[in-house]
Design a protein around this ligand. Structure first.
Ligand code: PLP
Length: 378
């Protein structure tokens, strides 16, 4: 079955009891147990809720894993996955990791006796060099945020399998519509469903999918014990968002492909970072592991002070944090997503003040083009 069909005709998405085309929002914390000594499917909503379960089954199906888990945010999902590791374990992560994950790792998780190395994951030799006898996991984000660097998923998996490590992929930027890391050998996929999966900038949610039942059982225990579950109402919003994931991403990606080509040829622009552009580092690699360049790109101005005027002149795009909504969102990584880094860390990652990140929306390309043009020309 093709992905566009799967997004809609997924067995988990129809209500089994009534045939309702949309799974109801099961606002229930507890469930009546009919007979005193017979186990029942549903007991308590932290452990399981039919609306959340429909979302969990759906994301497992889309990522081609065996089991899915929904959490109250992307960060709650990431924190839950980190607790698969224990005291003394070492993990290798990208140096240009999502800011929240970096902060979680360096301020919270390390307190529990875990250690981390932050390396350039696009350089497989650097990854090999960072291995220690205590290394248990490799963590990747590809394309990276915000410079859209491409990590070789198969290459990382190859190293992980050789050393019996877990490979964990944050697939937020691509979504399962464009990239399915479990099919390339990863063990765990994480999403901030706040972004493309939800798709309408109206819900905060996180998802995890695992490739086998052993990891599934461990994560189920973690989800139940730490308790950071997604509520039924928010689960329903993500379920509804997922049904249009394909059309939204196709449309936004078309806009991004056109707009990045146009921006690249403008004299005010110094650089456009997008895997859909010829000449972008890692484009060929990206297309060997993903089905499209995606809907997010970054741009750098010739004049380092120009970005503010540009942002102030934009009519349609939101100037905001986050990405993956139906509306175009322009953000300033240095003061938004990467504000918690020190200036030195930002400089090392290439996140200078003149950099803007664009999450392409599904508005009319003509309107977006006219808007970007007037904002650029002033
Ligand atoms: C937004 C984001 C997160 C965090 O997700 P929340 O839903 O905001 O908690 C993690 N990873 C990436 C790549 C993100 O973009």
């Amino acid at each position: 079955m093709d992905m566009l069909t799967k997004l809609i005709h997924n067995p988990a998405l129809m209500d089994k009891y009534t045939g309702a085309s949309s799974i109801p929002v099961y606002h229930s914390s507890t469930y009546h147990q009919d007979l005193a000594d017979t186990p029942v499917r549903w007991t308590y909503s932290r452990i399981g809720n039919p609306t959340r379960q429909a979302l969990e089954d759906t994301i497992a199906e889309l990522e081609e894993g065996v089991r899915g888990f929904a959490f109250a945010s992307g960060m709650a999902a990431i924190a839950a996955v980190f607790t698969l590791l224990g005291q003394g374990d070492h993990i290798i992560l990208p140096y240009d990791l999502y800011g929240g994950t970096y902060h979680l790792m360096t301020t919270m998780v390390e307190r529990f006796g875990l250690s981390a190395s932050f390396v350039d994951m696009t350089n497989l030799t650097a990854v090999e060099n960072a291995l220690t006898p205590r290394t248990r996991a490799l963590y990747i984000e590809t394309p990276s945020n915000p410079l859209m660097k491409i990590t070789d998923i198969r290459g990382i998996v190859h190293i992980a399998q050789h050393h019996r490590l877990l490979t964990i992929a944050d697939n937020t930027f691509m979504s399962p519509y464009l990239q399915r890391p479990l099919t390339l050998g990863c063990d765990i996929v994480i999403h901030s469903a706040t972004k493309f999966l939800g798709g309408h900038s109206d819900v905060v949610a996180g998802l995890v999918v695992v490739k086998d039942n052993q990891l599934g059982d461990r994560l189920a225990q973690i989800q139940k014990d730490w308790g950071g579950i997604l509520g039924p109402e928010d689960s329903w919003l993500v379920i509804r968002g997922i049904k249009t994931l394909g059309v939204r991403m196709d449309r936004a990606q078309q806009n991004a492909q056109y707009l990045t080509r146009w921006l690249k040829s403008q004299p005010q622009i110094a650089h456009v970072y997008y895997p859909g552009l010829p000449g972008h580092d890692g484009t060929a690699l990206h297309h060997s592991q993903a089905l499209g360049p995606g809907c997010v790109f970054s741009l750098r101005f010739q004049d380092p002070n120009y970005w503010k005027a540009f942002v102030n002149r934009l009519h349609y795009a939101l100037y905001a944090v986050s990405l993956g909504g139906v509306e175009t969102i322009v953000s300033h990584p240095a003061t938004m997503s990467h504000a918690s880094l020190t200036e030195e860390e930002r400089r090392q990652q290439g996140i200078t003040d003149d950099l803007l990140r664009v999450s392409m929306g599904i508005e009319s390309l003509n309107d977006l083009l006219a808007d970007f043009q007037q904002a650029l020309e002033g």
